[in-house]
Design a protein around this ligand. Structure first.
Ligand code: ZN
Length: 275
């Protein structure tokens, strides 16, 4: 016999809201691979150290995000899951554990703004004054430089942007893995401008190739794809875009490649420019 008495307590006690979170964490701990297990551990550590344990359990998934985002946070996703954090698998496999943990920490600050401050700062696409302030609170503990809200003025002034925190204020060699995977570049002690210029020229060629692949894919596949690529990472309807973008794996590869190349070229130019 079914009776409403069986249903009502479950539906009203609020516990069910995080039941999936607890079950998933348990399953990851007993059978998950190293990457998700470590990320779940880091979540608990970060929560205790930087948020006084105030964040509620999150669903943490290593799963594709929008191609231009390392990760994202959703207060409530399409399935009704609260506090869902996604981290792109390539972040872990190509950039390493430290980088992925920093992506997690970034998304946890979004969680803090939504869950504790009740202000996701949609006007700043999540990266306003409140977000920046929390980054800077944590940054003080970690010895990181100050970051600023993602405003046009701050961007024009070239101030470190909280939308890229904490990666943008980490030391040059903080992420060892990322450095290992970079193509060979002229040694720092060699001040040979010609070699550096040649390397930059080669990287720029690769960059043009990646851009060309992206451009031609966009051209051939129209506005729908473009809308997905330019979509903000916190949008609620992003799952549709995931499906669409999954049909174009090369686009994802080249977008990641493009991002890496931009960073490499930027680093090399900084090496050459100030003498
Ligand atoms: Zn963000």
């Amino acid at each position: 016999m079914t009776s409403s008495a069986l249903v009502v307590p479950f539906a009203t006690n609020g516990e069910h809201e995080r039941a999936v979170h607890r079950a998933l964490k348990e399953r990851v701990e007993e059978a998950g691979q190293a990457a998700p297990r470590i990320l779940y551990q880091r979540f608990d550590e970060f929560n205790a150290t930087f948020f006084r344990g105030a964040l509620k359990p999150a669903v943490i998934l290593l799963t594709p995000t929008s191609p231009r985002a390392f990760g994202d946070y959703s207060e409530t996703d399409l399935h009704g899951l609260k506090s869902r954090i996604r981290i792109a698998p390539h972040v872990w496999s190509k950039r390493g554990e430290l980088f992925a943990a920093d992506v997690l920490l970034h998304e946890m600050v979004h969680g803090f703004c939504h869950e504790i401050l009740n202000d996701g700062e949609p006007g700043y696409r999540g990266h306003g004054q409140r977000f920046a302030s929390k980054c800077n609170d944590i940054g003080t503990t970690l010895g990181l430089a100050e970051v600023f809200p993602n405003t046009k003025k701050n961007r024009e002034l070239g101030r470190p942007n909280c939308a890229q925190w904490p990666h943008c204020v980490r030391g040059k060699n903080f992420y060892g893995q990322e450095d290992i995977e970079r193509p060979k570049k002229p040694k720092a002690e060699s001040k040979d401008d010609t070699a550096l210029q040649e390397t930059i020229a080669r990287l720029v060629d690769q960059l043009r190739h990646s851009e060309e692949v992206i451009r031609s894919t966009l051209k051939a596949n129209g506005d729908m794809l473009l809308a997905c690529l330019t979509e903000e990472d916190d949008d609620d309807d992003e799952l549709d875009c995931d499906a669409i973008l999954a049909a174009y794996p090369e686009l994802d590869v080249q977008t990641v490649e493009l991002d890496k190349l931009h960073q490499e070229i930027g680093a090399l130019l900084r090496e050459v420019a100030p003498r």
